[in-house]
Design a protein around this ligand. Structure first.
Ligand SMILES: [Zn+2]
Length: 419
């Protein structure tokens, strides 16, 4: 009798119904209920102000310089948030706040106080000079907002918010606005090239967001422990395999680094399916060598059924930041805010847009399904979060990756049990 029970226990263990003998006991069954005296629900991020961390800023400047203390920024709320609300941009008030960290460490007066005289306003270089919290050239931009005084903290936030919004609209995204309008020059003393400025701001944003309460993921498919039902394809990685695609190591690095570093504090929440306009070598050569081209992807799916990894998943690729007349399918992604690439895992399949039938090879289709299944399992994403580039941009990408291709992939995933 004992032997039969032992055999049943062994069988249940093998099937995964019981923990393996050497497996750690799942914490969910042993965690005692939280004691009411120790539980504290983290406060929600207030909508009317940035929730700053307290104390020293951990991120350093390009030359390792200390950037001061978050408390110097926190004291200007709700002025920062109100100013950005007044002029509106998709990136939110934290971006402008981080510009001020780089410019002055959140100081308007040389005394470090919140009030002072015009002669105490922090003065930078140039003629006319840059001034105040955001180092605005008041001599040029002082009248950008009627009624705002460039020499006061409130005026700085309002004028800065207006200029930034205007330049983002003109340049397409905040990085281009910064590089071409806000900080086009290089400051050899501090080491702030436009690129170093952008990278510092990204790190600052990530530092702040890491302290915010995380919204729990509520989606669950497929059941935990489920294996990928598709066969794992051959996987290449651009870091090592660039030679196969006719590009140099330096060109591969350029593409791999075309990304939102650490997703600017965001996370992979959507899978966006794309079609190239040609082959993977051709696309990579264009991304590396095309004048002014700024593009990358998480992976490529080749017609021979192999996958090429490009941008590591912890970083946001530059594949689908071009929102234009989106469809409801991408509403969830766009509602997450900011550049949609920050929330996207992207796949670019070899092929051509504008084909009305399924254009994938059989091997390619299976590789795409394996990749999407892998992401859905590892990031706990439902099938509704697998979307087409076309759903983000119907203006110029309505054929990406092609309706029949998209339907076929979704159908295969559905048949494999994903919902
Ligand atoms: Zn696309």
């Amino acid at each position: 009798m004992t032997a039969i029970i032992d055999a049943l226990i062994a069988l249940f263990r093998a099937l995964g119904f019981l923990p393996k003998e050497d497996a750690p006991t799942p914490t969910t069954t042993t965690t005692p209920p939280p004691s009411p005296t120790t539980t504290t629900t983290p406060p929600p991020v207030p909508a009317d102000r940035i929730l700053f961390p307290r104390g020293p800023i951990k991120t350093r400047g390009p030359k390792g310089q200390d950037l001061g203390n978050w408390d110097n920024l926190a004291r200007w709320e709700p002025q920062i948030t109100n100013a950005v609300k007044e002029f509106g941009n998709a990136y939110g008030p934290l971006l402008l706040a981080c510009f001020s960290v780089v410019e002055t460490g959140g100081n308007h007066y040389t005394t470090g106080k919140m009030t002072g005289t015009p002669s105490q306003v922090v003065k930078g270089g140039g003629n006319p000079p840059s001034l105040g919290l955001l180092q605005i050239v008041c001599g040029y931009h002082g009248n950008a907002v009627p009624g705002a005084d460039c020499m006061t903290p409130e005026g700085q936030w309002r004028i800065g918010a207006k200029l930034l919004t205007q330049w983002i609209r003109e340049q397409g995204n905040w990085e281009a606005a910064l590089a071409n309008r806000w900080h086009p020059g290089t400051d050899p003393g501090s080491g702030y090239t436009p690129q170093a400025y952008i990278e510092t701001v990204r790190k600052l944003i990530a530092e702040v967001k890491a302290t915010w309460p995380q919204t729990p993921t509520t989606t669950t498919t497929p059941p935990p422990g489920k294996g990928n039902p598709f066969t794992k394809p051959i996987i290449y990685d651009l870091r090592n395999d660039f030679g196969m695609y006719g590009i140099s190591s330096a060109e591969a690095s350029k593409i791999i680094n075309s990304r939102f570093e650490n997703r600017d504090g965001a996370a992979p929440r959507y899978i966006v399916n794309h079609i190239q306009d040609g082959t993977t070598p051709g696309s990579l050569q264009w991304w590396a060598r095309g004048a002014g081209v700024q593009a990358s992807s998480t992976v490529m799916a080749n017609r021979d059924g192999s996958i090429l990894r490009i941008v590591p998943e912890q970083h946001g690729p530059w594949t689908n930041g071009d929102t234009c007349n989106p469809t409801p399918k991408s509403a969830g992604l766009l509602a997450l805010g900011g550049n949609p690439n920050r929330w996207s895992l992207t796949l670019e399949a070899e092929g051509k847009p504008g084909v009305s039938a399924v254009s994938y090879t059989e091997a390619q289709l299976r590789a795409i399904c394996w990749q999407f299944a892998d992401w859905m399992i590892r990031y706990n994403l439902p099938l509704a979060n697998v979307i087409s580039h076309a759903s983000i941009n119907t203006c110029s990408r309505s054929q990406c990756p092609g309706e029949q291709n998209m339907l076929r992939v979704l159908d295969e995933l559905k048949r494999a049990g994903f919902a």
